[in-house]
Design a protein. Structure first.
Length: 330
């Protein structure tokens, strides 16, 4: 049985090889830009070649000079269209492009919507490098993933070359592939087999190294961003809240600055106070506000770790003020 110490000790060699391969994994192909709709935001399809396969996605572009970049990473069973209307609004309010990949494509061996966290992080890093190359004046790059996109974006934050991302916002994301494998049978009949395929075709007991390499909590020391911001609802039955406790603990033990938003209850877009569940919930909308505040410069990112509690049912909201015209949990 390979011990956790042995698993961790092999990361250095693997990480060096990964950095070398990432530098040359992307070849861009031409894409046609869509005309902006009434929102003033254009949606441009993206097609890249990553690891010799076609990787697709889209970028929501509000027009004007490109100063910053949001990289969005979708959840299980979805593609780059996930929360598309919300991302259009986010691009419009912030004046910032939002880049989202499908996590490979309909013609790849890794099909969009499946558990493709390894291909997903590589597509995410490749697309970020491509877009930053097109726009060398980009200042801050905010990486934001939710649900499965939380673990995928965490891998991107850990394996990307230094300086690729400035902040990582993780919304009710898995902290490790071991617990995701255990939970999978209760969530979707195909998910466990897909997790095993992503890890090389084996269960965790047979190849723990592969699962460790796909676990952001075990890679916390390599997450090279200015700050990680974790947002999670306590009523989450899909990815339980303790996964965020796990991720926060791993970051703290690694000396990485972290902010944690705990959402017990908050407002939905209709103004109703509801529990902090998984999906289009107060936790998701609060994390969008975190992204906006990072771009506005109003999100606290200095002075040690920060903890915020939102429980509107009990009149508690310690989060920073909402950005203008944004829908947050509070």
């Amino acid at each position: 049985m390979i011990t956790l110490m042995r698993v961790r000790s092999r990361f250095s060699a693997i990480f060096g090889a990964v950095l070398t391969s990432v530098a040359a994994l992307v070849v861009a192909m031409p894409a046609v830009s869509a005309e902006p709709d009434g929102s003033g935001v254009g949606v441009r399809p993206v097609t890249l070649i990553v690891d010799g396969e076609e990787a697709t996605g889209r970028v929501y572009e509000p027009g004007g000079p490109v100063r910053d970049l949001i990289v969005a990473v979708h959840g299980y069973g979805r593609g780059s269209e996930d929360f598309g209307d919300y991302l259009v609004g986010l691009a419009r309010r912030t004046g910032t492009p939002v880049l989202a990949m499908d996590q490979r494509s309909a013609v790849s061996g890794w099909r969009t919507g499946e558990w493709n966290v390894w291909a997903g992080w590589r597509d995410t890093v490749a697309a970020t490098q491509w877009y930053r190359g097109e726009n060398p004046g980009i200042g801050r790059t905010v990486l934001w993933g939710w649900s499965q996109g939380g673990i995928t974006s965490g891998l991107a934050a850990a394996y990307a070359p230094p300086g690729t991302f400035d902040y990582w916002v993780d919304t009710f994301g898995h902290a490790d592939s071991f617990s995701a494998w255990l939970k999978a049978a209760l969530l979707n009949g195909n998910m466990r087999a897909q997790i095993e395929r992503d890890a090389g075709g084996c269960a965790p007991v047979l190849c723990p190294q592969a699962y460790a390499e796909r676990s952001p909590a075990l890679l916390a020391g390599r997450i090279n961003v200015r700050r990680t911001l974790l947002v999670h609802g306590t009523d989450d039955a899909v990815v339980p809240y303790p996964t965020t406790v796990e991720m926060r603990t791993a970051l703290a033990l690694s000396g990485k600055p972290v902010s944690v938003y705990t959402v017990v209850s908050g407002r939905d877009p209709d103004g109703r106070v509801v529990p902090g569940f998984h999906g289009p919930s107060p936790a998701f909308f609060e994390s969008g506000c975190v992204v906006e505040r990072l771009l506005l410069g109003t999100e606290p990112v200095t002075g040690g770790d920060h903890d915020y509690l939102i429980d509107l049912a009990r009149g508690v909201d310690t989060a920073p003020p909402a950005p203008p015209n944004a829908v947050c949990a509070g």
